[in-house]
Structures are given as structure tokens and as C-alpha cells.
Design a protein around this ligand. Structure first.
Ligand code: NAD
Length: 389
């Protein structure tokens, strides 16, 4: 018998199933609810099969695999959940659906139960008021797939209590994850700070500086595993555009996040990336892309050029600017921003550490040059670049 508290998971899709597995692996009895008949049961079966497969591959003790699977139960509805330590919501990304659910959870769970949302783009402040005792509502933003990804953004809304933030962070730490704390700001840390990584590469193509393969190759020289354009093909141009557009709208259409015609055209034409066989690049059946061939002479030329045409300098300046601004607004701490970007997106270095290396005043001067060349606010330097150490 487990002595750890019950965990409720609502939504038995990709994220809910993964989160359920993480909590059960840590020793909690886990109850999964899904609105679709049979979906919770199917998720339990899928998780069990996955655990058994890992055991067969020698990656997990077979008895442990059975013990974890034995702690996961389907449950008919949110109302039917037993009393839980925490309930984590991972349903469809729709505010009405989520507020309806938090209303039910607020009425049926004890006032001490943490109520968490895994939302990627909605504000905690829009969801929390739906629940009784909204101070116990927080974001626990896992990354896909939850069993493999270490990072969890722990998000505070306006009324989330500090104790609830501490409990949330401690809980995910006990689950083997690394928590970073953030205010409920559009995109939180990762989806906000990463925006210019994609946006600058798209703009460089639009400006005719070089072809996509050459720009990707330039950016990889800075230690990124994939270039921005090939990465958006992997993510899906539609998914990446939707995240960017959501951040742009939620920031009152701040030009920093304005979607590019380059990406909008790809999506409009159905060139969504690997999943459709064509995105920025074309993909053969074996996953290779014959048109992803950089011009090496051009790579060397661009890397030796000034910030306007240098994909590395331009991308890093914008990443540093974004990170510094987030910290300056008090939305997250520097160490958490760097942890989030290295663990959540696999960047070789955190943007604050990178800024320190490049020099924050150098970054400011690069942005001033960009701002002069492309006025309109996208490249405005964060005022904090002058004061950060
Ligand atoms: N997929 C990702 O990479 C990712 C990463 C982080 C966060 N998220 C967020 O996690 C949440 C779930 O995403 P997903 O990719 O797992 O989606 P999904 O579509 O794979 O799963 C959602 C599940 O919720 C169920 N559902 C829908 N409405 C419901 C309701 N009212 N009550 C109970 N169940 C309901 C659906 O039947 C489905 O099984 C979303 O808020 C999403 O923004 C997704």
C-alpha cells in the first residue's frame, strides 16, 4: 500500500497519460479521468504496456513495472475522484472547458487539495477564479513527453499562495523533475523566451540574407542541436505558429512576437513540416531532406559579418534581450530562466549566462543597430541590459 497521497489526472491524452505515469512511478495512487468513454481505461492499458516494454528491454525492473501499473486507476468523472493531494488538469486547451472543470474540482475536493493546470497558453488568472479557494490553483506545466522531460514550470497566478507554490515545486522535485517558478505571463518562460529563436531565422530568409539550410547551419555552430527552421519542421509549422500567435495576441500584439509572412504562408499552403512531407524543407520517406544542404562558404561569410546578417549574433542578442526582460519584470529569476531554456528546449547554454559571456552592453549595442535598421519596436533593447550584472 502506498502511503503517499492520491493524485488525480484529468485528461487521458498525451500529457495526462505521461503525468499519470510520472506520479505513479513516484509512488502515488493515480486516478485518471477523461470525458470520452473508455479513454481513461485505454490510457491505463497504454501506460501498462509501455512500462512492460521498458521492463522487457531491461530498462525497468519487471516487478517495479507491475507495481507502478498497479497504482494507476481509471475513474468515471471529476466528481467521482477520491480526496486528492493534487489534481492535475490536462484536458483540451479551451478556457470554458477548463473553468467548468475547476468549478467542479473546487466544489468536490477538500480546500487543501492543490488544483493544477497543465495549460500551455491560458492564464492561471482566468482559470483560478472558477474554483472555490482559488489560492490553491497553480500551473504545473510539464513538457512532452512528461516521463522523459525533466522540466516543470510551476506557475503562480495573482492569488496563488506562496505555500501552494512551495508544495507544487517540492512535489515535482519528489517526482524526479526540476521545477522552475514563473508568474502567469504569456508563454511562461520557455514558450516566451524561445520565440526569437524561430522568428529571427524566418526573418533572415525573408530578407534574402541566405537560404534556410545555410541559416540553420550557422545557428548550429553556436551549439544548438538543430537549426530553427528544421526544428519548426519537426514541431509542426502550424503548432509553432499557434504558440507564437498566442503570445503575440496576449502581449497586445507586441512586434517582438509578430508572426512572419514566411511561416504564415507555409501553414496556409499546408506545408506543415515533417508530418506532411514538406515544410521549410522537403522530406523523403526515410526522413532525410535532400534540400537541407548549406552553402558552407556562405556560412563562413555570414558568421564573420555584423549583427544584421549574422544569424548567431542576431538570434543570441534577441534571446538574451527576451530573457533579461522577463527577469526585469519580476516574472522569473535568472537561474530559473537559464534552467528552463537548457532543460525545456535543450539550448547549450542559458540565455542569461550567454548574455554575461557576450557582454550585456554588447547585446544592447547590437539591438540598437538592429532597431535602427528595422524600426518598429521588435528590436528595442530591454532597459535592464544597462543594469544587469
Ligand atoms: N502536447 C504538448 O506538447 C503539451 C505540452 C504541455 C502542455 N500541454 C497542454 O496539456 C493539455 C493537454 O494536451 P494534450 O496534448 O495531452 O491533449 P490531448 O488532445 O492529447 O488530450 C486531451 C484529453 O482530454 C480529454 N478531454 C477533453 N475535454 C475534456 C473534459 N472536459 N474533461 C475530461 N477530459 C477531457 C480528451 O478526450 C483527451 O483524451 C492542454 O492544455 C495542452 O495545452 C500540451
Amino acid at each position: 500500500m502506498s502511503t503517499l497521497g492520491n493524485v488525480g489526472v484529468i485528461g487521458a491524452g498525451a500529457m495526462g497519460s505521461g503525468i499519470a505515469q510520472v506520479a505513479a512511478t513516484a509512488g502515488h495512487p493515480v486516478f485518471i479521468v477523461d470525458a470520452f468513454e473508455g479513454a481513461a481505461q485505454r490510457a491505463c492499458t497504454r501506460i501498462t504496456e509501455g512500462l512492460r516494454k521498458r521492463a522487457a528491454q531491461g530498462k525497468l525492473d519487471p516487478a517495479e513495472a507491475e507495481a507502478i501499473a498497479g497504482r494507476i486507476f481509471p475513474c468515471d468523472s471529476a466528481e467521482a475522484l477520491p480526496e486528492c493531494l493534487v489534481v492535475i488538469e490536462a484536458i483540451i486547451e479551451d478556457l470554458d472547458a477548463k473553468t467548468e472543470l475547476f468549478d467542479v474540482l473546487g466544489r468536490t475536493q477538500p480546500a487543501t487539495t492543490l488544483l493544477a493546470t497543465n495549460t500551455s497558453s491560458l492564464s492561471i488568472d482566468q482559470i483560478a477564479p472558477a474554483a472555490a479557494h482559488p489560492g490553491r490553483v497553480l500551473g504545473l506545466h510539464f513538457f512532452n513527453p512528461p516521463p522523459a522531460m525533466k522540466l516543470v514550470e510551476v506557475i503562480r497566478g495573482e492569488v496563488t499562495s506562496p505555500e501552494v507554490m512551495d508544495t507544487g515545486a517540492d512535489l515535482v522535485t519528489a517526482w524526479g523533475k526540476v521545477p522552475v517558478r514563473c508568474a502567469s505571463t504569456p508563454g511562461f518562460i520557455v514558450n516566451r523566451v524561445a520565440r526569437p529563436f524561430y522568428g529571427e531565422a524566418q526573418r533572415l530568409v525573408q530578407e534574402g540574407v541566405a537560404d534556410p539550410a545555410t541559416i540553420d547551419a550557422c545557428v548550429r555552430t553556436a551549439g544548438f542541436r538543430m537549426g530553427p527552421l528544421e526544428l519548426t519542421d519537426l514541431i509542426g509549422q502550424d503548432v509553432n505558429l499557434a504558440v507564437g500567435t498566442s503570445v503575440w495576441r496576449q502581449t497586445n500584439k507586441d512586434p517582438r512576437y509578430q508572426p512572419t509572412p514566411f511561416q504564415q504562408n507555409l501553414v496556409a499552403e499546408g506545408n506543415l513540416g515533417r508530418k506532411t512531407g514538406k515544410g521549410v524543407y522537403t522530406y523523403a520517406a526515410d526522413g532525410t531532406s535532400p534540400d537541407n544542404v548549406p552553402d558552407q562558404a556562405k556560412v563562413a561569410e555570414l558568421l564573420a559579418s555584423g549583427v544584421l546578417t549574422n544569424p548567431v549574433a542576431r538570434t543570441l542578442a534577441m534571446l538574451v534581450n527576451e530573457a533579461v526582460d522577463l527577469v526585469d519584470r519580476g516574472e522569473a529569476g535568472s537561474a530559473d530562466v537559464d534552467l528552463a531554456m537548457t532543460l525545456g528546449t535543450g539550448y547549450p547554454k542559458g540565455p542569461i549566462a550567454w548574455g554575461r559571456e557576450i557582454g550585456f552592453t554588447t547585446v544592447r549595442d547590437q539591438l540598437r543597430e538592429l532597431d535602427a535598421a528595422f524600426p518598429g519596436g521588435r528590436y528595442r533593447p530591454s532597459p535592464a541590459l544597462d543594469k544587469i550584472e
